[in-house]
Design a protein. Sequence first.
Length: 335
Amino acid sequence: MSKSLLITGGTGSFGKAFVDHLLDNCPDFTRIVIYSRDELKQWEMQNKLVEHERFNALRFFIGNVRDKERLEQACEKIDYVIHAAALKQVHTAEYNPTEFVKTNINGAENVINAAFKNNVKKVVALSTDKAAAPINLYGATKLCSDKLFLAANNMAGRKDTRFCTVRYGNVMGSRGSVIPFFLNKIKSGKLTITDERMTRFNITLSEGVSFVDFALKNSIGGELFVPKLPSYNIMDIVKAIAPNSNYEICGIRAGEKIHEEMITCSDSRNTLDCGKYYVVIPIEKYFKNYLKLFPNHKRVPNEFSYSSGNNNHFLKVEEIRELIKLNIDKDFQPA
């Protein structure tokens, strides 16, 4: 049975990787719509994929998630939506708050309404660890977006459209992330470190694609899916990339945390441990609807939280180096 899918932010790092996954592994998706606002990135993506045997399954729509009418048009005859479009830079959000509200919150509402109007079957929205107990504007807009998508399940009425959210940590090698930044900075001979105590969750792009695909196939609506990920300490990144390099402490920037959370202790009473991942159910009385879907689950302890600082799995320096070679630069050598 043929299916159709639209991905907002389809020319971003995740969008391109997810489209590659669909083309290579999902022949039943016969119409794949890439929706984004950058015509150059779309042109580059078309040129890269033009020789693919399934190139004819692709459709490219120029559009912004802020544009309700254009989004509704793009969602016509679409079965599934992956919502990956967002403004994401923490420090940029602190100085451009209304722009982040327009894209991350109003854009989320537009995706929901377009999905309802076109009877989309399922929407999977991408979130971020910064949406858990946010202290910065970016995280606050993504938390609001999460709440909109999860609440949309209660607004569906007789419609069959269902919504879920996937929350994960820093994507290794993505634009603006710390490792490519450090790899570029070592050319100058000195690295800048915000705080030596800082930790972050780590996920590779391929792991992110696989987890979103899992949510697309297994959600029934209303879940917040969180994968179990390793953490790293910022100083282990330094040791992996440039063990002999000088570094300078520049201090935490506006809106940054020492450690990131993906599940707060306030969410613990609604959280299931399902082995390789957690699932947060928005309202406890609905637990019985989900327990049959996750037969190997267990309830997490009261006051449980999932933080990059209290994680039981930290990447070692050699593991970080190997991940850099596999996911960023196969010719990488420590400086």
